[in-house]
Design a protein around this ligand. Sequence first.
Ligand SMILES: [Zn+2]
Length: 249
Amino acid sequence: MNGANGYRTLKEDPERPIQRDYERGHEDPISVLTGLCREMYRLGWVTGTGGGISLRQGRFVYMAPSGVQKERIRPDDVFVLDSESGEVLCRPEHAPTLRVSQCCPLFFNAFRLRDAGACIHTHSPVAVMATMLPATELESEFRITHLEMIKGLPGYGYHDTLVIPLIDNTAQEEELAGAMAEAMKRYARSPAVLVRRHGLYAWGRDYTEAKTVTECLDYLFDIAVRMHSAGLDYTKAPQNCLQCSAADR
Ligand SMILES: [Zn+2]
């Protein structure tokens, strides 16, 4: 059965997930996904086939294949999965060897535990550097405070300390799923999880929020690295902040 973008469904699915959502007036999730992959590649977040993004729209989850160059993903390379069961509903028929992204169980953590509409995974160099700074090297969290861009994260203000849980890397991407889920439960306010010497998983209620969250975090990681290089402490309030108690400084 032909769907939008020259797709074929795995089964004779009368609901035709790709066409149906598009026809309902939503943005075409597959165009959004391939476009964001190109933008994320340009930012250096998903080079060397690493990293990725997944979108959820109603019953359907859209995900790139594993091990492909993210800036060259075509609409008919994208997998469609059932958001409840995780079952693959549509797969790229032109390339039977393609497998769904290894990030799949990690993206599903964001959909199931946070009701996210999108989840982004980056291998951004500054995110990786942020997991190796002295303040985080032996810790299970990354902390930063008193920076304007913290306000870009839902529910956070300038004076707040943003705390992102940090989990240890594993040999295979899928093996991170359990530790990520545990960290998400322990840090209920956090919109992201860092993976040591690996990268970042961040999510939002839709792709625009997930993109904003990821951009703000990437900026904050970059500032943390620069502040550390300059001998400044990004985990503490500045001495001259009158709104913060002496204990915070
Ligand atoms: Zn990764």
